[in-house]
Write a protein that binds this ligand. Structure first.
Ligand SMILES: [Zn+2]
Length: 50
């Protein structure tokens, strides 16, 4: 899923796992997160998704 880097506005394509149900752990309301880095400026982003 494409996101914008807050530092340089470059578009970063982040690998986000498919929708709910794939990861069956803990509370269903728990936010899952992933980390990625901007390939343009190296800014690290932490992404959370439902
Ligand atoms: Zn950037």
């Amino acid at each position: 899923m494409p996101i914008g880097c807050p530092e340089c506005d470059a578009t970063i394509t982040a690998a986000v796992p498919p929708g709910p149900g794939l990861v069956a752990d803990r509370e269903p309301t728990r936010l899952r997160g992933t980390e990625t880095a901007c390939r343009n400026c190296g800014h690290e982003l932490e992404l959370y998704f439902y």
